[in-house]
Design a protein around this ligand. Structure first.
Ligand SMILES: Cc1cc2nc3c(=O)[nH]c(=O)nc-3n(C[C@H](O)[C@H](O)[C@H](O)COP(=O)(O)O)c2cc1C
Length: 176
């Protein structure tokens, strides 16, 4: 019996090509996945806000990435004791995960779960995240991920939902 948790990080504000958005692309994808799976969600969030200005955010994120920091989680980590399948929804930042997503994964790294990377990006795709995560987190069984462009998410909800539905079916997270 699968017990799914959807963990997500997203940021609103100015972003590449889409201008200023009220709801980030990963948050939109997370809501679609919740609708389709009925799973609960956990927001991966820093204790501080990232700048709405894209260049400022980019610079802050680059520094955090270069310094390999682990920003503190704003919310207590979720109860993972019953979770079998962890869907991780996040934006590609600097061809990697936002660093607070590593904080979250470090925190739950003792759990034996199937991990599904669901990434939004602008050009870099998944950037071989599956290999990186399976090397780093030995308890996770890292499954094939999916990457969807943020521009597509913001302008075409129907297509995004279809793409996610097919992915969830292929991973047996929802019924065909
Ligand atoms: C700080 C920062 C760094 C980014 N780095 C990359 C990158 O290296 N490769 C890429 O394809 N997209 C990159 N992007 C674009 C985002 O992955 C993309 O716009 C995504 O859809 C944003 O999701 P969100 O709206 O949920 O935050 C970056 C965006 C930000 C804000």
């Amino acid at each position: 019996m699968k017990n799914i948790l959807v963990a997500y990080f997203s940021r609103k504000g100015e972003n590449f090509k889409v201008g200023i958005v009220e709801k980030g692309s990963a948050a939109i994808m997370k809501d679609m996945i919740i609708d389709m799976t009925g799973a609960p969600s956990y927001e991966i969030k820093t204790t501080y806000e990232y700048p709405a200005n894209l260049m400022e955010c980019n610079e802050q994120a680059r520094k955090e990435h270069d310094d390999n920091v682990r920003p503190e989680l704003a919310f207590p980590a979720p109860d993972m004791s019953e979770v079998t399948d962890l869907v991780l929804v996040y934006p590609n930042w600097w061809k990697d995960l936002p660093m607070v997503v590593y904080t979250f994964l470090d925190t739950v790294s003792g759990c034996h779960v199937n991990l599904y990377p669901v990434c939004t990006h602008e050009d870099s795709g998944l950037a071989m995240v599956e290999r990186k995560l399976s090397t780093k987190y030995r308890n996770f069984t890292v499954k094939k991920g999916i990457a969807i462009k943020g521009t597509d998410v913001q302008i075409d909800a129907g297509k995004t939902k279809e793409t996610l539905k097919k992915y969830l079916m292929d991973q047996s997270l929802i019924e065909k």
